[in-house]
Design a protein around this ligand. Sequence first.
Ligand code: ADP
Length: 473
Amino acid sequence: MSLRLRLTILYSALTGGILLVFGILLYPLVNLMLVSQVDETLHQTFYQLRTNAHVGSDGKLNIAGLADLDMVSGVYVQVWGVDGNLQASSGGHLLQPLDPANLSSAHPVYHDTLVQKVHFRVLTVPLVAGGRPVGSLQLASSMNMIYTTRQRFLVILAIITFISIIIAAVSSWLAIGQALSPLATVTATAMQISQTDDLSRRIPFRGSDQDEIGRLITAFNETLERLEQLFSSQQRFLADVSHELRTPLTVIKGNVDLMRKIGTADEESLLGIEEEADRLTRLVGDLLLETQAESGKLPLYFAPVELDTLLLEVFKEMRVLARERVLLKLTEIDQIMVNGDRDRLKQVLINLVSNAIKYTPQGGEVYLSLARVGENARLIVRDTGQGIPNEDLPHIFERFYRAEKSRSRSKMGGFGLGLSIAYWIVTNHGGRIEVNSAEGKGTTFCIWLPIHDPRKQKRPDGEQVPIQPGGNN
Ligand code: ADP
C-alpha cells in the first residue's frame, strides 16, 4: 500500500474518530437537555395546578382547569386520592395510573414509563393538606418528541461524519499527493543514477529547503556530490597509481630486455633495475601510508617528543643527502617539547627537508629553524631553490600533485605524495602547515605545533584537547 494511501486512510480515520468521539459525548448531553426541558414543563405545570387545587369539605381533592391545561401544554394529568381512586384526569379514558410504581411515593419523582405502547415522562407529586396526605398528582408528557429529536440528531451526526470523512479523504489525498510529489522525482533520479551510473545527476527542487522534503533532497544531493567526488577521486587515484607504476616497470622491463639481448647482466642495467625497484618500494610505502591516512587507519602513537632533538637528528641525516651540492644550515633551535608521534613527525621533517634539497639547485641554501612562539612551536624549512609557481601553490598538498617543472623531471621528483602525507600528519597533531614561495627565489614551509603542556594536554576522560595554534609567520 502506498504511503499516500496509508496517510489518506489515517487522516480519514482520524477525522471519523474525532467526530465519533464528539458524537458520543454530545448525544447524552443533548438527551439530558431534552429530558430536562420536559421535566421543566412538568414541573411548571405542577405549579400551575397547585394554585387551582383545593380540598373540599368532604376532604376530597378538587382541581379546576385540567382540560385547558391538556390543550395548551400537552401534559396529561391524573389526580389520585389516598384511597387509590382516580379523582380527576385531563381527558382520555386511561384508568390506570401513569406511573403505578411511584403512585404512593412520599417525594416528587420523575420516571419514564410505557403506557399503551407510548413512552411517557411522568412526574408524581404527593399532595399534602393540613399535614396529612390527600392523594397524589401524576403529570405525564409524551417522550415521542425526544425520541424523534434524538433519532434526527443521530442521523445528522452520521451524515456529517460521512461527509467529513469524504472531504478529509479527498483533501488529504490531494494535499499528500502534492507534498510527496518531489519524492517521486527523488525515486526517478535515484533509479536513473543506478541504471546509468551517472553520479553527476542532481534532483531538481524548487520548494523550500527548510521543510522535511527540502531537507531530504538537499541531503540526497549533498550525498550525491560527495559520492561523485569520492568516485572521481578514486578514479584519479587509480589512474595516478597506474601511471606511477608504469614508468619504473617500463625501465625494469627495458633493462631486462637489454640484458637478454646482450646475453650478460651488465652493471648499468642492474643499477637501473635496482633504482627503479627502490622507487617502486618507496611508492608502495607512500601509497600505503596515504591510503591509511585517508581512511583514518593510520595510527598515531602520541608521546612527549623533544622537537629540538628530532630536528638535530634530521639535520644530521639530511646533511649527507645535501653533500656539497646544497648548504644545509640550522639557524635557530629552541628546546621544545610537543605531544606527538615521533616517527611521523620525523617523516614530515624528512619530507620537507629532502624536498628543499631536491628542488634547490647546486650552490643553493636550505635553512632550518625551530622557535617557541607563544604556546606553539614554529618549525621553518626555507630554501633558495626554484620556488613553486603561484598556480601550483594551492594544490601542492593534494595527493599526487606535482608542479609542472617537477613533473617533467620525474626522475628527480617523487610521486607527489610526500606533502599530502605531511599535511595529514601535522593537522592530526592539532597543528598547521603553511607554504610561501616565490618562483626563482625559494620556498618556505612553516609548521605550527602546539607545545606539550602536561597540565592542560589531557582531559579527565583522557581525550585529547584540540589545540589551534596561534600566531603566524
Ligand atoms: P614529490 O615527491 O613530488 O616531491 P611532494 O608531495 O613532496 O611530492 O611535493 C609536491 C610538489 O610540490 C613537488 O612535486 C614540487 O613540485 C613541489 N615542491 C615541494 N617542495 C618544494 C620546494 N621546496 N621547492 C619547490 N617545489 C617544491
